[in-house]
Design a protein around this ligand. Structure first.
Ligand SMILES: *[C@@H]1O[C@H](CO)[C@@H](O)[C@H](O)[C@H]1NC(C)=O
Ligand SMILES: *[C@@H]1O[C@H](CO)[C@@H](O)[C@H](O)[C@H]1NC(C)=O
Ligand SMILES: *[C@@H]1O[C@H](CO)[C@@H](O)[C@H](O)[C@H]1NC(C)=O
Ligand SMILES: *[C@@H]1O[C@H](CO)[C@@H](O)[C@H](O)[C@H]1NC(C)=O
Length: 484
C-alpha cells in the first residue's frame, strides 16, 4: 500500500509544479513565527504546518535554535532576527557581529536552512522606545553586513531593518504623494535606507490598519478593509479606498523623494487580531486577512507599484506570554490559535481545499477545567484577590468589553480566570486551590464565542527559552502561601 501512495503524491506534486511556480512569481506568502508562548507547539509541528499550508517564507524574531533546526531541509525561506537588545553589542563590536553571523547564520546554512535575510532590530525607531536605538541601529547594520560579506554570504543573505510604518508619513494635509520620513528621524532613516539600497537590500515595513482604528475612534472602519466601501481618498487623481495601499504608496513616494525609486519593499508584518478589543474578533480578522490575500493575489500591487507584493502575515500562532502593554489584543494576532487550530476559514491560495490546514498530532492535557465553586457567594472577600492573582499569571485578555468572553456573568468570569491559571500551570492540582472557592470539573464550561481552553502538553525542549518558568515557580509558591 505504501508505494501506490507515494506514486500518487509524486503525481500530485508534478501536477502542482506549474501552479507553484506561478505562486512563486506572483505571491509567495510568508508568516511571522513568534515564540513568546507558555506552551509553544513543537517546532517540527510548526514547520509541518507551514508546509501543509503552502507558506513558503517565515520570519523569526531571533535565531531560535529549535526553530532553525526544524526548518532544515524544508526549503522554506527564512528571515532571522536580531532583537533590539542586542543592537548595542552588534554596533560596538565587529567580533560580536561575526560571532552572531557564524553561530546564527553560517551554521544553519550548512545544515540546509534556507536563510535569506537577517532582520537587524525590530521596529527600532518606534516612537514608544524614546529613541533608545537610534544610534545603534545603523552601526549594527553595517557590522552585520560586513560580517556576512566576510563569511562569504554577501550575495545570498541580505540585511534589512523591519520598521513600523510610523517612520514615514504624508504631510498633515497631503495624500501618499506627500510622503517622507518622519522629520525627527529623517537623517537616521536616510542613512539606513541608502545603505540598504547600496547593498541591494529591501526596505521592510509593518503596516497595521487595526492599530489606526484602535488609537483613533474616528478612523473610518471601512478604510481599514479591502471591500472598496470606504469614501475614496483622492491623491492628485489617484484614488485610494483602503489604508494598506495608501500607506504602502506613502512609503513608495518617500523612497522616491529620497532618491531610492527602485528599492524593493517587503511588508514584514500585516494582520488583524481576533480578540482582546471590540474591533478584534474572528469576523473582522477574517475579513481583513481574506481581503488582503485576495487584494494581492493577482500580483497587481498598489497604484504606485504595480508589481507583486511580498508580505509576511502577522502572525502564525497566538502567543500568550506577549506583553499586553500595547493592548489586550496583543496575544491574539495568530491566524491559528495557540494549539495550531485555524480560527476562521482563510484561503491563502496555496492549499488544495482553499482553507487553512490545522497542526497535526497536537497532544492536549485532560478534558478538565478549574472553575468557581457553585456554592460560593460573589461577595466572598477572598475572591477578588484570587482573580487578580490568576489573571496576573494566567491570561484574562479574552475578558472585558467586546471580547470573546465579554458577555460572561460575574461567576463565569471568575471561573475563566481560574481556569486560565490552571491550564497555564499544566492542570496541576495545586493550581486549582484558590482557598475554598475553586473546584475541578469535567464539564466544559465554554459558551457561545467563549472558549474555556485546555492546554496542550508542554514541549520540554522549549523550557530554556520560556520567559516565565521563574515566574511560574514563584507563582506556585505564592499560591501555596495564599492557601495557608
Ligand atoms: C544567536 O541567537 C540567539 C537567539 O537570538 C542569541 O541568544 C545568541 O546570543 C546568538 N549568538 C551569538 C553568538 O550572538
Ligand atoms: C519613554 O519615555 C516615557 C516618558 O518619559 C517613559 O514613561 C517610558 O518608560 C519611556 N520608555 C522607554 C522604553 O524608555
Ligand atoms: C470580568 O473580568 C474582567 C477582567 O478581570 C473585568 O474587567 C470585568 O469587569 C468582569 N466582568 C464581570 C461581569 O464581572
Ligand atoms: C474554608 O472553609 C472551611 C470550612 O467551611 C473553613 O473552616 C475555613 O476557615 C475556610 N478557609 C478560608 C481561607 O476561608
Amino acid at each position: 500500500m505504501k508505494n501506490p501512495t507515494r506514486v500518487c503524491e509524486v503525481c500530485v506534486i508534478v501536477m502542482l509544479i506549474p501552479f507553484l511556480c506561478w505562486m512563486e512569481s506572483v505571491n509567495a506568502i510568508g508568516a511571522n513565527w513568534g515564540t513568546q508562548s507558555s506552551h509553544p507547539l513543537p517546532p517540527e509541528t510548526v514547520v509541518r504546518m507551514l508546509l501543509d499550508n503552502g507558506i513558503q517564507k517565515v520570519k523569526l524574531f531571533d535565531a531560535d535554535y529549535g526553530a532553525l533546526r526544524a526548518l532544515s531541509k524544508s526549503g522554506i525561506e527564512v528571515m532571522v532576527g536580531i532583537p533590539n537588545d542586542l543592537l548595542a553589542t552588534m554596533a560596538s563590536s565587529m567580533k560580536a557581529a561575526e560571532k552572531w553571523v557564524s553561530k546564527n547564520v553560517s551554521t544553519h546554512l550548512s545544515n540546509s536552512v534556507n536563510i535569506r535575510y537577517v532582520a537587524v532590530g525590530n521596529e527600532p525607531f518606534l516612537a514608544t522606545y524614546n529613541g533608545s536605538f537610534l544610534r545603534t541601529t545603523f552601526p549594527a547594520l553595517e557590522n552585520i553586513q560586513a560580517a556576512l560579506v566576510k563569511a562569504g554570504l554577501g550575495g545570498k543573505v541580505k540585511v534589512t531593518v523591519p520598521q513600523n510604518a510610523d517612520v514615514y508619513s504624508p504631510s498633515e494635509t497631503g495624500g501618499p504623494s506627500s510622503g517622507d520620513f518622519r522629520t525627527d528621524i529623517h537623517d537616521y532613516m536616510f542613512q539606513i535606507t541608502k545603505f540598504l539600497n547600496d547593498n541591494g537590500s529591501p526596505f521592510t515595513v509593518n503596516i497595521y490598519p487595526f492599530i489606526s482604528l484602535y488609537i483613533d475612534s474616528n478612523f473610518p472602519v471601512e478604510y481599514a478593509f479591502f471591500d472598496g466601501k470606504a469614501t475614496p481618498v483622492d491623491d492628485g487623481g489617484t484614488t485610494y479606498t483602503n489604508m494598506f495601499d495608501a500607506n504602502y504608496d506613502t512609503l513608495v513616494w518617500a523612497l522616491q523623494k529620497n532618491g531610492f525609486p527602485n528599492m524593493g519593499i517587503i511588508v514584514g508584518e500585516i494582520g488583524w487580531p481576533s480578540d482582546g478589543d471590540r474591533n478584534a474578533n474572528n469576523e473582522y480578522a477574517e475579513r481583513f486577512m481574506q481581503g488582503f490575500m485576495t487584494h494581492i493575489a493577482g500580483g497587481k500591487g498598489t497604484p504606485m507599484r504595480q508589481v507583486p507584493i511580498e508580505a509576511y502575515l502577522f502572525s502564525l500562532i497566538d502567543e500568550d506570554q506577549k506583553s499586553i502593554q500595547p493592548g489586550n489584543f496583543e496575544r491574539h494576532w495568530g491566524v491559528f490559535y495557540f494549539d495550531g487550530q485555524p480560527k476562521y476559514p482563510l484561503n491563502l491560495g496555496t492549499t488544495a481545499t482553499g482553507a487553512l490546514v490545522p497542526a497535526r498530532n497536537v497532544k492536549y492535557l485532560q478534558r478538565k477545567w478549574c472553575v468557581l465553586k457553585d456554592s460560593v457567594k460573589l461577595e466572598d472577600p477572598s475572591i477578588a484577590q484570587s482573580v487578580s492573582y490568576a489573571c496576573a499569571l494566567g491570561d484574562c485578555t479574552s475578558l472585558g468589553y467586546g471580547t470573546s468572553c465579554g458577555d460572561l456573568d460575574g461567576k463565569m468570569n471568575i471561573s475563566y480566570a481560574f481556569n486560565s491559571y490552571y491550564q497555564i500551570n499544566n492542570q496541576l492540582d495545586e493550581a486549582c486551590r484558590f482557598p475554598n472557592v475553586s473546584t475541578i470539573t469535567k464539564d466544559d464550561p465554554s459558551t457561545g464565542s467563549c472558549r474555556f481552553g485546555i492546554m496542550i502538553e508542554p514541549y520540554y525542549a522549549a523550557a530554556d527559552r520560556r520567559l516565565h518558568s521563574g515566574a511560574y515557580l514563584a507563582g506556585l509558591l505564592l499560591l501555596s502561601l495564599i492557601v495557608l
